[in-house]
Design a protein around this ligand. Structure first.
Ligand code: WTA
Length: 654
């Protein structure tokens, strides 16, 4: 058994595995825990008793089965969903080892289903039609609304009919560039209903970024709205789409139609620029379509969506998820990690432009028949009495932030599910099950069912017990991504070649003596700014596109509010003087090419950059300079010109 299992077994030996008095439990649980009693936060007895997984024993029983018999474990769960035809003999097949051939992951292959059907029709038919599916809170205090499962079903069907009528077929892609209006999940579901592949582009991305994605996935239709309010500011989204579409058609990719929702509270129709023949007002056409629409049945392994995410090099990667495995995995992780109950109202603050908004605003909750809150602007009224479980995701949460979240937001009553996962993993991978075991603030705790995390050293050798290293996963799980759109080679190179035999996450991780996992952040050149994943390479290429920038190197630095901030070292073209205006225009170039969220926090003038003799930038040194850890620069003798370092330090605060 691995370490985390041994530890849980020891927790399991006492009657409830949890209790009201941490001290008592710590004593019961033995020496090793007693010495760390302050780090343990136990779920209350009442909470555990009603939980889906009430104890370590129950978890161990389920976890063991999920590892020993993944096919049996997951097909039992899958059987609770609607399948037009059952999957074939083999529940799954996989090869995660590059030395053995092409990387392949398949789950429920041959099974015929539809995720929109399972989210909507199934709930309506089982008597949940009048239950609220979506509650929407708008940017303006009094602008809100809600849709029951039946109403949502009807709206999705109308849009699905519109899409079909406009030539969208199974396997076509649709780009969705919308803020958090109900039309966003409606469009995702409508695509899924007819077997089209949706690709949501976060509505904070620039025209340039949108263009890049249009060029890559060649959508049949783009769905957007005319504008959105951010606080008091009006953002003209349609203009951004127009710019991207005219540029793409000049590059040979022309998009037939642009369906535009009139977001009245931000901008009126009359004020919106319009291209006849291409642009269509949502409100003019969609409501005229019938409110039922036949489902297009798809194979479990047919693609469901593409979501672009940043990597450490090159252009963004189109992470591709398929239908069946993703459906089962998001539904199951949602149910267990949040200990979901039918009467719960569930709110996730994530935007559907990110994976969290796919798996845990839209699909996971709706598959469970949950009532979901969608949030566009600020919350005016609140009482925290009804809170049961809190969640956290996207970056390491430090113990003091964890305590604040627990004590202040959750009134010291609600367990926190600090979930570790990625766009690529589709759903939670390492996560607390809130009723099952004691938590340690800042640790994502233990693996979800069916997930075999391993920590490897730099040679790719698994390390046991208390250790730190690179976080990998040993075998496939249903929610895993299957490829990078149009680039299976890059998929293999990025994720499976670094440590043959494993999926490599790009994250560093340690495991403590009780088997708890602690995520320590990216080990590659990806920065995590307020949960937005940004590749340093993307920021660098935006900077060097500025005519006066000769070279740029970007690193992440600790940031009090954002987790990590973006710190850019910039070398100017010879003869160009430094100036405040130039600094501003460099920041602007990043805003324009990627989006406001990727704007560098600091520009550090660099007459030259520290490089090895072979010309490789030594980011290790730049990171130390950026965080002013000047006594930890380490060995700089391998630099082609070590004096560069002093020069940079001298310019640090200019
Ligand atoms: C980081 C977000 C620490 C990690 C769902 C990962 C976390 C990246 C956690 C993926 C967590 C996510 N603790 N770090 N609980 N969850 N991360 O693709 O570095 O936007 O690789 O998916 O976020 O970001 P992505």
């Amino acid at each position: 058994t691995t370490n985390h299992l041994r530890h849980l077994e020891s927790m399991a030996t006492h009657p409830s595995g949890a209790g009201k008095i941490p001290r008592l439990n710590a004593v019961i649980l033995g020496e090793s825990l007693a010495s760390e009693e302050d780090d343990l936060v136990f779920p209350s007895h009442d909470f555990s008793q009603q939980a889906h997984v009430p104890s370590p024993q129950k978890y161990l029983e389920m976890y063991n089965r999920s590892i020993v018999d993944p096919g049996g474990f997951w097909s039992d769960i899958a059987s609770e969903f609607y399948w037009k035809e059952k999957w074939g003999q083999q529940v799954y097949s996989e090869n995660l080892d590059v030395t053995k051939g092409k990387i392949k992951i398949e789950w429920f292959k041959g099974g015929i289903t539809n995720i929109c059907y399972n989210c909507l029709d199934k709930n309506v038919e089982s008597g949940n039609g009048d239950k609220v599916a979506l509650h929407w809170e708008g940017n303006e205090p009094d602008v809100d609304g809600s849709l029951t499962y039946r109403q949502l079903f009807e709206k999705v069907c109308q849009l699905a009919n519109f899409l079909k009528d406009n030539g969208v077929k199974k396997g076509d892609t649709v780009i969705i560039y919308l803020p958090m209006l109900m039309e966003l999940p409606i469009t995702m579901l409508a695509c899924a209903r007819i077997g089209a592949i949706h690709s949501v582009v976060f509505a904070g991305y620039s025209a340039e970024s949108l263009l890049q994605r249009i060029m890559d996935c060649k959508p049949k239709i783009v769905v957007t709205c005319n504008a959105v309010k951010r606080g008091k500011k009006v953002l003209n989204l349609k203009e951004i789409v127009d710019a991207a579409l005219s540029e793409s058609s000049q590059n040979g990719i022309s998009v037939d139609s642009c369906l535009t929702y009139e977001n009245e509270s931000a901008m009126k129709k009359e004020d919106t620029k319009w291209q006849k023949g291409r642009d269509i007002w949502w409100q003019d056409v969609v409501p005229k379509y019938p409110t039922t629409c036949d489902v297009v049945w798809v194979d479990a392994e047919d693609p469901l969506f593409l979501l672009y995410t940043s990597g450490s090099t090159g252009k963004p990667k189109g992470v591709l998820h398929t239908t069946g495995g993703y459906m089962i995995y998001t539904a199951t992780t949602f149910k267990y990690a949040f200990d979901y109950k039918e009467s719960d109202v569930y709110w996730c603050t994530a935007d559907c432009g990110w994976i969290t908004g796919h798996s845990y605003v839209t699909y996971g909750p709706l598959l469970n028949g949950a009532t979901v809150i969608l949030y566009e602007g600020y919350v005016t009224r609140y009482s925290r009495k009804s809170l049961r479980v809190l969640g956290s995701v996207g970056e390491p949460i430090n113990p003091s932030a964890w305590r604040w979240f627990f004590n202040v937001v959750g009134d010291s009553r609600c367990p926190i599910s600090d979930t570790w996962w990625q766009t690529e993993t589709g759903g939670f991978m390492i996560t607390p099950l809130p009723g099952a075991w004691a938590q340690k603030p800042g640790s994502a705790t233990f693996p979800f069912f069916g997930v075999e995390p391993v920590i490897v050293d730099e040679k790719g050798k698994e390390i046991e017990g208390e250790c730190s290293g690179y976080l990998c996963v040993k075998s496939s799980w249903p929610g895993a991504f299957r490829t990078l759109y149009g680039d299976h080679d890059r998929y293999e190179t990025t994720y499976f070649k670094p440590f043959p035999g494993y999926y490599f996450s790009g994250d560093g991780c340690s495991r403590d003596k009780n088997g708890y996992y602690w995520l320590t952040g990216r080990v590659d050149d990806v920065i995590n700014v307020s949960g937005h994943r940004i590749g340093t390479a993307e920021v660098e290429s935006a900077l060097v596109s500025h005519p006066q920038c000769a070279e740029a190197a970007v690193v992440g630095v600790e940031h009090e509010v954002k987790g990590q901030g973006i710190y850019a070292f910039v070398t100017l073209v010879e003869g160009v003087p430094y100036s405040e205006d130039l600094r501003k225009s460099l920041v602007l170039v990043v805003r324009n090419q990627i989006g406001a969220f990727a704007a560098p926090d600091r520009i550090h003038w660099a007459p030259s950059l520290p490089k090895t003799r072979s010309g490789k930038i030594m980011r290790r040194i730049l990171r130390k300079i950026a965080s002013r850890q000047l006594d930890e620069l380490g060995d700089i003798s391998t630099l082609a010109d070590p004096s560069v370092v002093d020069q940079l330090i001298a310019l640090a605060d200019s």
